[in-house]
Design a protein around this ligand. Structure first.
Ligand SMILES: NC(=O)C1=CN([C@@H]2O[C@H](COP(=O)(O)OP(=O)(O)OC[C@H]3O[C@@H](n4cnc5c(N)ncnc54)[C@H](O)[C@@H]3O)[C@@H](O)[C@H]2O)C=CC1
Ligand SMILES: N[C@@H](CC=O)C(=O)O
Length: 348
C-alpha cells in the first residue's frame, strides 16, 4: 500500500483533528488505498518537529498548550516553516494556519514554497485560494503538483467538488448561501436570548470561529468564500475586495427578537450572480428570511448553498460549515484527490 508523508503546517484545531484521525482510524485511509505518516509539524506555538520515520502522534497530541517541540529529537521551539516545507521528506503539505482576509499570508507563502518544490498541497485556508487561487493553480500545474482546497468553503461538506463534478451540462447562474458557521450559530444563540459576546465565546469553544472572530462576525470570512465560489464555479475573476460586505456586528438582540416575533430569522447571506451582461456581482449582507425561504431553517454551525441552474432551478446543499473534525474530513477528501491525481485517476 502507498504511504504518503505529510507535513502539517499549523497544529491547531483542524490539523490536530486530522492527526487524531490518522492515529485512531488507519482503516479509514486503508479503505482509500493508502496510509498516512506525519513526518513534520510546524506551529507558531509549538515550534517545529521533523522525524523522517514518522512522528508519534500520541506524544504530540498529548502536549499541552504552552509546551514546545524543543527537546524532542528533530524538534525546535522555532516554527521553521520554510525549511520544513522545502526540505522535509513530505509528499503532501497540509496548510491549516490562520486565514488572513487581507493578504492571505503566511499561508500564501507556505503554499507557494510547497508547490514550487513539487509538493502537493491540501488546505482549509481560504486566504490563498480567494486571493491567489489562479496563480497557485498555475504554479501547481507547472510543477506537476496537486493543489486541493475543498474545506475552504463549507468545511467538510463537499460543495466545490459536488458542483464541479455533478453539474456537468448545466449552466450555473448564481450561488446564494449561509457560508459562515460561527455567525449562523451566533444568530441562533441570540434568538435563544444570549448576548453577542456570549454567543461568540461559545462558537470559539466549539472550534467554529476564526482566530480573530471579527472575520466571522464582520463578514470578511464569507467575502472570501463568495469569491472562491464565484471564481471556481461561475468562472469569475473576482477579488474579495469587489464583494460588497456587511456583517452581523450591528444586529441587536432586539432586532433578532423582533424578527422572530414576526416569523422571520436573521441570516448572513453571501451571494454571487451572473447578470444578463455576463458580469458577476457579489455581496455579503444580513437579511431577514421568512419561514418559507429555503435557507431560513438552516441552524447552528450548519451552512447551506443554493446553486441557481438553468435546467433544474435551485439545487440546495446543506451540511457542516465549521468544526474541527468536520473540517479535517475536507483534508481527508483532498488527500484522496491527491492520490487520484498521482495515480492518474479522476481528479477535478
Ligand atoms: N475550524 C473550522 O471550523 C474551519 C477552519 N478553516 C480554516 O482552517 C484553518 C485552521 O483552522 P483552525 O485549526 O480551526 O485554527 P486554529 O486557530 O485552531 O489553528 C491555527 C494554528 O495555526 C498556527 N499558526 C498561525 N500562524 C502560524 C504561522 N505563521 N506558522 C505556523 N503556525 C501558525 C496557530 O498557532 C494555531 O495553532 C484556518 O485557516 C481556518 O480559517 C476552514 C474551515 C472550517
Ligand atoms: N470560522 C469559519 C470556519 C470555516 O470556514 C466559520 O465559522 O464558518
Amino acid at each position: 500500500m502507498t504511504t504518503y508523508n505529510l507535513a502539517l503546517i499549523g497544529f491547531g484545531g483542524v490539523n490536530r483533528a486530522l492527526a487524531t484521525l490518522i492515529r485512531d482510524e488507519p482503516h479509514r485511509f486503508a479503505a482509500l488505498g493508502f496510509e498516512l505518516r506525519v513526518v513534520a509539524i510546524t506551529d507558531l506555538a509549538f515550534g517545529s518537529l521533523v522525524q523522517e520515520e514518522g512522528i508519534d502522534l500520541a506524544t504530540v497530541l498529548a502536549m499541552p498548550r504552552g509546551a514546545n517541540f524543543e527537546g524532542l529529537r528533530g524538534g525546535s521551539s522555532e516554527p521553521r516553516n520554510e525549511e520544513v516545507i522545502k526540505n522535509s521528506p513530505a509528499d503532501i503539505v497540509v496548510e491549516a494556519t490562520f486565514t488572513s482576509p487581507v493578504d492571505g499570508e503566511p499561508a500564501v507563502s507556505h503554499v507557494r514554497w510547497a508547490l514550487a518544490a513539487g509538493k502537493h498541497v491540501v488546505t482549509t485556508n481560504k486566504g490563498p485560494v480567494a486571493l491567489h487561487g489562479r496563480e497557485l493553480n498555475a504554479l501547481a500545474k507547472e510543477n506537476s503538483a496537486s493543489f486541493e482546497y475543498e474545506g475552504s468553503v463549507m468545511s467538510g461538506t463537499p460543495v466545490l467538488r459536488l458542483a464541479q463534478k455533478m453539474f456537468e451540462g448545466l449552466q450555473l447562474k448564481g450561488v446564494q448561501g449561509i457560508l459562515n458557521g460561527t455567525s449562523n450559530y451566533v444568530l441562533g444563540r441570540m434568538e435563544a436570548g444570549l448576548r453577542l459576546g456570549e454567543a461568540i465565546a461559545e462558537a470559539q469553544e466549539h472550534g467554529y470561529a476564526e482566530a480573530d472572530p471579527t472575520a466571522d462576525i464582520g463578514g470578511s470570512d464569507v467575502r472570501l468564500k463568495v469569491a472562491i465560489l464565484a471564481n471556481e464555479l461561475l468562472g469569475a475573476s473576482l477579488h474579495p475586495d469587489e464583494v460588497d460586505t456587511i456583517g452581523i456586528q450591528e444586529i441587536t438582540s432586539d432586532q433578532v427578537a423582533q424578527a422572530l416575533a414576526n416569523g422571520q430569522r436573521w441570516k448572513l447571506i453571501g451571494e454571487a450572480t451572473r447578470g444578463t451582461d455576463g458580469k458577476i456581482t457579489a455581496s455579503v449582507r444580513p437579511a431577514t428570511l421568512t419561514a418559507d425561504h429555503p435557507l431560513a431553517g438552516i441552524s447552528g454551525a450548519t451552512n447551506a448553498v443554493s446553486f441557481e441552474t438553468d435546467l433544474l432551478g435551485a439545487v440546495t446543499v446543506s451540511g457542516p460549515g465549521a468544526g474541527r473534525t468536520e473540517t479535517a474530513y475536507a483534508l481527508v477528501s483532498d488527500i484522496a484527490a491527491v492520490d487520484a491525481f498521482i495515480n492518474g485517476g479522476v481528479h477535478v
